[in-house]
Design a protein around this ligand. Structure first.
Ligand code: ARG
Ligand code: ZN
Length: 875
C-alpha cells in the first residue's frame, strides 16, 4: 500500500497525556498505557471511530474511563485497534503483551546484549502499544519501569527521574516524567546493566545540566571524546543559534545492536556504539570526527526535530536536512573548514548523486512511499542539508539567523512542514523563494553548462549558464531551479578580482553570490582589464553537476584558486578528465600515461608550505572509482580500476623521494590528540604511505608499511598501513591480519574494521574470501554493524569485485538480503540498494543484476521494506 502526501488529514482525536507502565521480564514484557484523549476540535466528524496503530501486539485489556470495554465496542486487526462510540473527552486504558527478546527487527522495544532498549522512529512505537503513531500527535509522557534490580540496575526514559523504589523480591521501579509534549517516535526506554560517565554543562542563562553517557562496563573508558563533543555542541548551539538546552538532564546510551547511527529521543539519545565510542587505539581520526558530528547532530535535534517536529513523514527533511546542515557547520568550526566541506561534498557525490540518478530517485520531500524506513536516505539527509545551505548562501548568515528565529517563534511546540520553514526564511529575509521551493518537489541532479566570452574593446566578460535536470521516476519533465551561483574571477596571477555586474558600482574583490533562475541566463561583468579566469560555484554553492571545463583553466585553478574547495575541485576535475581518457585508451588497446604536468602539480602541492596538511592530503588523492564510474555513460568496471591504479603508481614512482620526505616530516610521535593540526599530519603522512605502498620492489617503502602495520600507536596509522597490505599479495599479509584479529578480538568495533578491510580488497579471490568470512565464528548477520562491515563494504566499497563480470557478487548480495528479509527488514532493504544501480552497466551485468532482483521479488513473505526497493529497482 502506497502512502501519499496528498492524502494527509488532520487526526480525528488528540492525546494530551500518556501514562506508560512497563513490566520487564525474561519471558517478555507487559505494557499498560493510559491515554488521556479528546476529539480534535479542528476536525468535523463527531462520530469518527478511533483507529489506533499497533503491530505484533497481544491485547490483554482495554477500558474506557475505567470500565472494561465490551467486545462489541472495538475490533482488532493486524495493524489497528478500532474503538467506536466515543465521547468528546475520555481516558483509555490499554494493556498489551510484547516479546522484546524475540524482536530481531530493532524497532520498538528489543534487547541488545541482554539489555532492553527502544527505537521508535519512524513507526516503532506501534510495536510497543496501540497508539496514534504519527508525528503530529504531541502528548506529555510519564513512564514507569519495573524490572529485576540486579540484572537491570539502570532504568531510563525521557525527561526527569521522579521516583525510584525498591519493590522487594529483587525487583525495583523507576518513574520518569517528560514535561515537553512530544510525538511517539521520540519515546525511549532503556533498562540494563550500564555504567555512566558523568559531567555537567552550565547554560548561558546559568542552569546546570547533568550529562550522562551510559555504556556497558569496559566501554566507559572510550566516551571522553563524545562527552567533549556534547559540551562543545551545547555551547555552539547557544552561540550560533541561541538554542539553550531545556531539561536538567541529558543522557546518551550506547548499544551494540542498532540499525542506524543514533536517535534523538527527548533527553535520552540512543547511539550505535560505533558513533559514540572512540579511543586512540581502537578508532581512526575519521571515527573521532564522525562521533563528534553525530553527537552534535542528535543534540541539535533537540530544537530542530523535537521542540519543532514534523507534521508527517513526508516532511522528514525539515528536521534531517536542517540538522545535517547544522552538524556540518559545527564540524567546520571544530575542524578544518575547507576539509570538512570537501568531505561533505565527496559524501554527497558518492551516495546521493547515484541515488538521484537511479531507480529510487525522489525529491527531498517525497510524494509517496510504501515503507517510510526506506526514506531515511542520502537525498533527505545530505541533499536536504544542501538545500538549507543554499538558503543560507542566498540570504546570508544574518538573515538566515533571523529566519530561524522567526521559524522558532512561529512553530515552537508544533509539528511543522517544510513549507513553514521556507515561509519563515522568506518572511524574515525579504527574499522571494517562490522558485526556490522547487528544490523540495523536484528530484534529480541539475546539470549545468557554462560558456564564456570576452569583449576586449568593452572590457566585458560574459558567462552564459544553461541548466537542465534529467527525468527521474515519475517526473519526466523538469523545471528550472533557483540555483545560487558563487563566482570568483581571477587575474593572470591568480588574484581575486571584483565581480562587478554590468552597470554596477565596483564591489570588493572576492566571491559573489548570483542567482541562476532560468533555463538559460547570461551574466555580464564590467571593469576588467583582461580576460579573467572564472572560478565557478565556489564552495560547491549548489548540488549540481558542472560540465567539464577546459583543462588549462582547471590546471590554473588547481594551482591558484583562493577558494580552497574549488582548488581541490579543479584538481579532481582535471584528474577525472585524464583518467577517463585513460579508460577510453585502454579500451581501444592504446597506450596511455598519466600527464606529466599533472604529476608535477601534485608534486608541487606536496611541499607547499602555505597549505595545511589535511588539505594537501585531500588535494593529492585521485578521485575514487565510484566517482569516476558516475561520470561514464557505460561504466567500465575493470578499466576504471586498472587506469586509476596505474595512475597512482605513476605518481608514486615519479615522486618517490618527495613522498618519503613528506612521510618523515609528518610522522609525529608526540602525545596523541585529535586537533585539526594533528589529524592533518596523520592524513598527509598516510596519503604519502598509500602512494609509497604501491612501489612493490621498493624494500624501504615496504618496510615502512610493515613497520607501521605492526607497531603504530593509533588506529588511524595501523589501518592506513593495513589498507596498503590489503591490496598486496605478499607473504606477510596473512600474518599481519591474523595478529590484528588476535589482538582485537574482544573489541567488536575493531573487528568490524577487520571484516570491512578484507571485503574491500582488490586482490583476486576476494569474493571467495568474503564467502569464507561469512562462516567465521565472529561473523553474524544479526548484528547490523557486522553485517554492513562485510556485505555493504563489498557492495559499496569494492566495485571491482561486487561488479565481477560473472555476477557472483550480485548473487552473494541477494543471498544476504534474503537471509535478512524476515529478521531485519530495515537492514535487508538498505543493503539491497546497490543492486538497483544497473542502468549504466553493460548488458551482461544489467541482466545479472536484474536476475537477482527478480529472484528477490519471487521470494515468499517479502517484507514491505525489501519489496519496495526491489520493485522500484527492477522497474
Ligand atoms: N532520526 C535519526 C537521526 O537522524 C535517525 C533514525 C532513523 N531510524 C529509522 N528507523 N529509520 O539521527
Ligand atoms: Zn537526524
Amino acid at each position: 500500500r502506497t502512502i501519499r502526501l496528498a492524502d494527509y488529514r488532520l487526526p480525528d482525536f488528540l492525546i494530551d497525556a500518556v501514562d506508560l507502565a512497563f513490566d520487564l521480564r525474561e519471558d517478555g514484557a507487559t505494557v499498560t498505557s493510559r491515554l488521556t484523549m479528546r476529539r480534535n476540535p479542528a476536525t468535523s466528524d463527531p462520530a469518527a471511530p478511533l483507529v489506533l496503530d499497533g503491530q505484533d501486539l497481544k491485547l490483554t485489556g482495554i477500558a474506557l474511563d475505567g470500565e472494561a470495554l465490551g467486545a462489541n465496542r472495538y475490533t482488532v486487526d493486524a495493524e489497528h485497534l478500532t474503538v467506536t462510540d466515543l465521547p468528546g473527552v475520555f481516558t483509555l486504558d490499554i494493556t498489551t503483551e510484547i516479546a522484546p527478546q524475540q524482536n530481531t527487527t530493532m524497532q520498538g522495544l528489543y534487547t541488545s546484549g541482554g539489555n532492553f532498549c527502544t527505537q521508535c522512529e519512524a513507526e516503532g512505537f506501534r510495536h510497543i502499544t496501540y497508539y496514534l503513531d504519527r508525528p503530529d500527535i504531541l502528548a506529555r509522557y510519564t513512564t514507569t519501569i519495573v524490572a529485576d534490580k540486579a540484572k537491570y540496575p539502570v532504568l531510563l526514559s525521557n525527561g526527569n527521574p521522579v521516583e525510584t523504589t525498591d519493590l522487594g523480591g529483587g525487583r525495583h521501579r523507576a518513574k520518569w516524567e517528560d514535561p515537553f509534549p512530544k510525538p511517539s517516535y521520540l519515546f525511549a526506554l532503556v533498562a540494563g546493566d550500564l555504567v555512566a560517565v558523568e559531567d555537567s554543562f552550565t547554560t548561558r542563562s546559568g542552569r546546570d545540566i547533568a550529562l550522562k553517557i551510559f555504556t556497558r562496563r569496559g566501554d566507559h573508558t572510550k566516551v571522553d571524546h563524545a562527552m567533549r563533543a556534547l559540551k562543545a555542541s551545547m555551547a555552539w548551539d547557544e552561540q550560533v543559534y541561541g538554542f539553550e538546552y531545556d531539561l536538567d538532564l541529558f543522557m546518551i546510551v550506547a548499544v551494540s545492536d542498532f540499525n542506524m547511527g543514533a536517535m534523538e529521543n527527548k533527553g535520552l539519545n540512543i547511539f550505535n556504539t560505533a558513533l559514540v565510542l572512540a579511543s586512540r587505539e581502537t578508532a581512526t581520526d575519521g571515527d573521532f570526527q564522525r562521533v563528534e558530528s553525530v553527537v552534535a547532530h542528535e543534540y541539535f535535534h533537540n530544537w530542530t526535530g523535537n521542540r519543532i517536529t514534523c507534521r508527517d513523514w513526508f516532511q522528514l527533511s525539515l528536521k534531517e536536512g536542517l540538522t545535517v546542515f547544522r552538524d556540518q557547520e559545527f564540524s567546520g568550526d571544530m575542524n578544518s573548514r575547507p576539509v570538512q566541506r570537501i568531505t561533505d561534498v565527496r559524501r554527497l557525490r558518492a551516495i546521493q548523486f547515484p541515488e538521484d540518478g537511479g531507480p529510487i530517485a525522489h525529491p527531498i520531500r517525497p510524494e509517496s512511499y510504501i515503507e517510510i524506513n526506506n526514506f531515511y536516505t542520502p537525498t533527505v539527509y545530505e541533499k536536504g542539508a544542501e538545500v538549507i545551505r543554499m538558503i543560507h548562501t542566498l540570504i546570508g548568515p544574518e538573515r538566515y539567523r533571523k529566519g530561524m528565529d522567526l521559524y522558532v517563534a512561529r512553530h515552537d511546540g508544533q509539528a511543522a512542514t517544510c513549507e513553514n520553514f521556507v515561509a519563515a526564511m522568506e518572511d524574515a529575509s525579504g527574499t522571494d523563494l517562490k522558485l526556490f521551493r522547487r528544490w523540495y518537489s523536484q528530484a534529480g541532479t541539475p546539470e549545468i553548462v557554462v560558456e564564456d566570452s570576452w569583449d576586449d574593446a568593452a572590457g566585458r566578460y560574459s558567462l552564459t549558464l544553461r541548466q537542465s535536470t534529467g527525468p527521474t521516476p515519475g517526473q519526466p519533465d523538469k523545471q528550472p531551479l533557483h540555483i545560487p551561483f558563487a563566482l570568483g574571477l581571477l587575474d593572470a596571477q591568480g588574484r581575486d578580482l571584483p565581480v562587478r555586474l554590468a552597470g554596477e558600482a565596483a564591489p570588493a574583490a572576492g566571491t559573489r553570490v548570483l542567482s541562476l533562475t532560468a533555463a538559460e541566463q547570461r551574466f555580464d561583468f564590467d571593469g576588467l582589464a583582461a580576460r579573467p579566469v572564472p572560478s565557478l560555484f565556489r564552495g560547491f554553492s549548489a548540488p549540481i553537476k558542472l560540465a567539464p571545463q577546459p583543462r588549462d583553466r582547471l590546471a590554473f585553478l588547481f594551482a591558484h584558486d583562493s577558494d580552497p574547495f574549488n582548488r581541490w575541485e579543479a584538481g579532481q576535475q582535471l584528474a577525472t578528465q585524464l583518467l577517463l581518457e585513460g579508460v577510453a585508451a585502454r579500451k581501444a588497446g592504446q597506450d596511455w600515461r598519466l600527464d606529466a604536468e599533472f604529476v608535477a602539480a601534485i608534486g608541487r602541492l606536496l611541499d607547499d608550505p602555505a597549505l595545511d596538511a589535511a588539505f594537501i592530503a585531500e588535494a593529492t588523492a585521485l578521485p575514487g572509482e565510484s566517482f569516476l564510474a558516475d561520470q561514464m555513460r557505460v561504466i567500465d568496471v575493470e578499466g576504471i580500476h586498472a587506469v586509476r591504479e596505474a595512475a597512482r603508481l605513476a605518481v608514486a614512482t615519479a615522486l618517490r623521494d618527495r613522498l618519503l620526505a613528506v612521510y618523515r616530516a609528518n610522522d609525529d610521535h608526540g602525545p596523541f590528540d585529535v586537533s585539526a593540526a594533528a589529524v592533518g599530519k596523520r592524513a598527509l603522512k598516510n596519503a604519502a604511505l598509500s602512494y609509497l605502498g604501491l612501489l612493490r620492489d621498493d624494500a624501504e617503502a615496504t618496510a615502512l608499511v610493515l613497520a607501521q602495520a605492526r607497531g603504530a600507536q593509533t588506529m588511524t596509522d595501523v589501518l592506513a598501513a593495513l589498507t596498503v597490505l590489503r591490496d598486496r599479495d605478499i607473504p606477510e599479509r596473512a600474518q599481519v591480519l591474523q595478529d590484528f584479529y588476535d589482538r582485537w578480538q574482544d573489541e567488536p568495533l575493531v573487528i568490524d574494521k577487520w571484516f570491512a578491510l578484507q571485503a574491500t580488497s582488490s586482490l583476486p579471490g576476494t569474493l571467495d574470501a568474503i564467502r569464507a568470512l561469512t562462516r567465521h565464528p565472529a561473523f553474524t548477520l544479526r548484528n547490523p554493524n557486522r553485517a554492513r562491515a562485510l556485505i555493504s563494504s563489498l557492495a559499496m566499497g569494492n566495485p571491482l569485485h561486487f561488479h565481477a563480470a560473472d555476477g557472483a557478487g550480485y548473487a552473494f548480495l541477494a543471498d544476504q538480503v534474503l537471509a535478512l528479509n524476515a529478521a531485519n527488514p530495515q537492514l535487508a532493504a538498505r543493503i539491497l540498494v546497490p543492486l538497483g544501480r544497473w542502468q549504466r552497466h553493460d548488458p551482461g551485468r544489467q541482466a545479472a543484476m536484474q536476475a537477482q532482483l527478480d529472484r528477490i521479488l519471487a521470494a515468499p513473505d517479502l517484507s514491505r521494506d525489501v519489496y519496495e526497493i526491489a520493485a522500484k529497482s527492477r522497474a
